[in-house]
Design a protein around this ligand. Structure first.
Ligand code: FES
Length: 167
């Protein structure tokens, strides 16, 4: 199992968070949620410590982490753009927003820019269909987003317009 050497920098932090829970399998998801929330992904080193702490094989912990869409196994960008592509938003042209972001950020859904600044994701329904099309940026909800608003929103997060953000 390959572990990125940079993850060792946070070894004690992972241990502190993981060992805050009793060593029982039923806390697996709660521990993973905490790590995901703090680091925006699940580092392999953290998964290894979890597996040792609760006594579940690494392969099983890894399989669970890969199964849930809420967890990421790769680091996310500083700014995460989540565009809803559920039915209501799709009807209201969410695809155009995804295209716009793709053009402006230079990344497609599920990707992170090489400089680690931006991630683009699509989600199914954010539960705010009345505001379709909806997009969430680092937890902030934007409703009734028109293609013309995209540049403005990217700029709010330090990106630029036309071509790749930040350039
Ligand atoms: S379909 Fe987009 S918020 Fe429900």
């Amino acid at each position: 199992m390959y572990i990125d050497p940079r993850e060792y920098e946070y070894h004690s932090e992972y241990e502190r968070m993981i060992k805050a829970y009793p060593p029982e399998q039923r806390y697996l998801l709660a521990i993973m949620q905490d790590i995901q929330k703090e680091f925006h992904y699940l580092p392999r080193l953290a998964l290894k410590i979890i597996s040792q702490h609760i006594g579940v094989p690494f392969s099983k912990v890894y399989a669970i982490a890969s199964f849930y869409k809420a967890f990421s196994l790769v680091p996310k960008g500083r700014v995460v753009f989540r565009v809803c592509d559920g039915t209501a938003c799709h009807i209201k042209n969410s695809e155009t927003l995804i295209d716009q972001l793709h053009k402006q950020l230079g990344i497609g859904p599920g990707e992170t820019s090489a400089d680690g600044e931006y991630s683009l994701e699509t989600v199914n329904c954010l539960g705010a269909c009345a505001l379709a099309p909806v997009m969430v940026v680092n937890g902030k909800v934007y409703g009734k987003v028109g293609p013309s608003s995209i540049e403005k929103i990217i700029k709010e997060y330090g990106g630029c317009c036309h071509g790749q953000a930040g350039k």
